[in-house]
Design a protein. Structure first.
Length: 177
């Protein structure tokens, strides 16, 4: 074991996180996000809010990774979706979220696999082989989550509740990059 494996430095600022991700490799992203402790004040400059739907606010978008702040009003939730083949870590900054994971059977039906609750500074992980998921703000207040994608996600598959099929969706930001 080398000395780097033996010590863990907690990243305390958004700039520290961005630097560590920029200098690290994809294989280190899980460790980096788990050793990061951020406060609401670290990300509020990127926040924008909408009563209609959660907002996607770009912090960093490079060929190597994408860091997005999602801002949620009470009751907001995503559609059931995948991640375009990329890894995704969700770090809760403020609030409480329910994640629901589904698998699609051979007939195309979605089956519930599990649900989990995440609170401030907790992290969930998702990759397409695990299924599809939905996030929902279950706090009785505005909430924020930080999403790290290993490589940017430009397109994903979202479940259309009316047609009961997946549709391809181009992703965009609510704030300028």
């Amino acid at each position: 074991m080398n000395s780097n494996e033996n010590t863990t430095t907690t990243l305390q600022t958004l700039n520290d996180l961005i630097t560590a991700l920029s200098e690290g490799e994809r294989t280190t992203f899980n460790h980096i996000i788990h050793t990061t402790k951020l406060q609401k004040t670290d990300v509020e400059n990127y926040a924008s809010w909408s009563e209609e739907c959660y907002t996607r606010n770009c912090i960093v978008d490079t060929d190597k990774f994408q860091l997005i702040l999602l801002c949620w009003c009470e009751g907001h939730r995503t559609a059931i979706h995948d991640h375009g083949g990329e890894e995704c870590w969700v770090k809760i900054i403020e609030g409480e979220f329910k994640e629901t994971i589904y698998k699609q059977d051979k007939n195309g039906h979605l089956n519930l696999v599990k649900t989990a609750i995440s609170k401030a500074n907790e992290i969930s992980y998702m990759k397409d082989f695990m299924g599809f998921h939905r996030l929902e703000n279950i706090a009785n207040k505005r909430s924020m989550s930080l999403h790290l994608y290993a490589k940017p996600i430009r397109i994903c598959n979202m479940f259309d509740e009316k047609s009961k099929t997946f549709v391809s969706k181009n992703l965009c930001y609510n704030t300028p990059t």
